[in-house]
Design a protein around this ligand. Structure first.
Ligand code: PLP
Ligand code: COI
Length: 355
């Protein structure tokens, strides 16, 4: 066990490594994990010192509240290696802030910034060799907090674990993305937890998404729970719609996650003199635009997939194909944001963060 300088994070190194078994040229998303993980326990009303330990299973009491009441939240971020082998994060303090916004909503104790950042940096240093150098690959970082405290009483737990696991990853989607605009199910509701990254939000998406997959689509476009007339999110991504040369995305709300990729794209697009509108957008407007040819692009935006162009959307039994543009906003914005992330361009926004 060692503590690193002034860092209060302890490190217990794994005696073996799985790294030689990994095919870094053919990484899928989030399916292989590095040799270590971060664990930080909340007990007796306080977070204890974070520990980097060998990656492995946990032992939990069957009455732990995570299993019964779903008290669990997570974040998604990435670490990028540049050509000089320097490691970069993208707006990590925003992930920390959002984790605590989620924590508050789920009655989970907030994690101090120092625990999050020092824990993350120490873990990244320990598993530095796992950060892919291959183009388009990165190290997906999954911070999460869940209720490990026991008891069937339907109330917040008294013990929690804050953990971080790392997964060297390639692209989230492969091939063309075909989405179905949802007319019945909802991801979130006013006054609910849609703006939080609560585990249960994703569990609730699985069944409607399975139904869409059975019909030949990859993802659901979530609409508002009240009228199903407003476009809100694309699966686990924020959504952008280009009508003629205007790029539109919905305003964040109780129901929509305040995506870091979304807000970065908005700033980059404005900087590129792209006309940007943050406003409610109706399904009828999009269908009408598809019919009259003014609908140029639709894409999802999120950490895992970065920017994921939509090739086709389905609505009320009709499929609408998007045009294939030689110079799309999706591809130019993706290049601009990933160039910042991988330290291939100047970062005038101050988003890049040396790990
Ligand atoms: N919307 C939802 C529901 C998400 O789960 C995510 C993923 O984190 C996003 C949007 C995109 O957010 P970000 O760009 O911060 O990853
Ligand atoms: C991300 O984009 O980081 C997400 O958290 C989406 C995830 C559900 C894979």
């Amino acid at each position: 066990m060692e503590t690193t300088g002034k860092n209060f994070v302890t490190v217990e190194k794994s005696t073996t490594s799985k790294i030689d078994q990994i095919d870094f040229d053919n990484l899928s998303f989030g399916s292989v994990f590095t040799d270590h993980m971060l664990v930080c326990n909340y007990k007796n009303g306080a977070w204890e010192a974070p520990q980097v330990v060998p990656y492995g299973p946990l032992t939990l009491d069957p009455s732990a509240k995570i299993f019964h009441y779903g008290q669990s939240i997570f974040e998604g971020m990435k670490a990028y290696k540049d050509t000089e082998e320097k490691v970069w994060l993208f707006r990590p303090l925003d992930n920390h802030k959002r984790l605590n916004i989620s924590a508050k909503r789920l009655a989970i104790p907030e994690i101090p910034e120092e625990f999050f950042m020092k824990g993350l940096k120490t873990l990244l240093k320990t598993d530095e060799n796992w950060i892919p150098k291959q183009d388009g690959s990165s190290l997906y970082i999954r911070p999460f907090i869940f209720a490990s405290g026991q008891g069937f009483h339907a109330s917040p737990a008294d013990e929690y674990k804050f953990m971080i696991c790392l997964a060297p990853s390639g692209a989230y989607f492969s091939g063309k993305v075909k989405v179905l605009i949802e007319e019945k199910y909802s991801r979130s509701a006013n006054g609910g937890v849609g703006y939080a990254k609560a585990g249960g939000n994703y569990a609730g998406q699985f069944y409607p998404t399975q139904l869409a997959v059975e019909k030949g689509y990859n993802q659901v476009i979530w609409t508002d729970d009240n009228t199903h007339e407003y476009i809100e999110e694309a699966g686990a991504m924020n959504i952008f719609i280009r009508i003629n040369d205007t790029l539109i995305t919905g305003p964040t709300s109780d129901r929509i996650l305040d995506g870091i990729t979304r807000k970065s794209i908005l700033e980059i697009a404005k900087d590129q003199n792209i006309n940007v509108e943050v406003r409610k957008i109706t399904v009828s407007e999009v269908v009408e635009a598809a019919k009259n040819g003014s609908l140029k692009e639709m894409f999802g935006a999120g950490t895992a997939a970065v920017i994921s162009p939509i090739a086709t959307f389905g609505y009320k039994g009709t499929d609408y194909d998007l045009p294939e543009l030689p110079e799309s906003y999706a591809s130019s914005l993706k290049k601009l944001i990933t160039d910042i992330q991988y330290n291939r361009s100047e970062d005038k926004f101050g988003w890049r963060f040396e790990a």
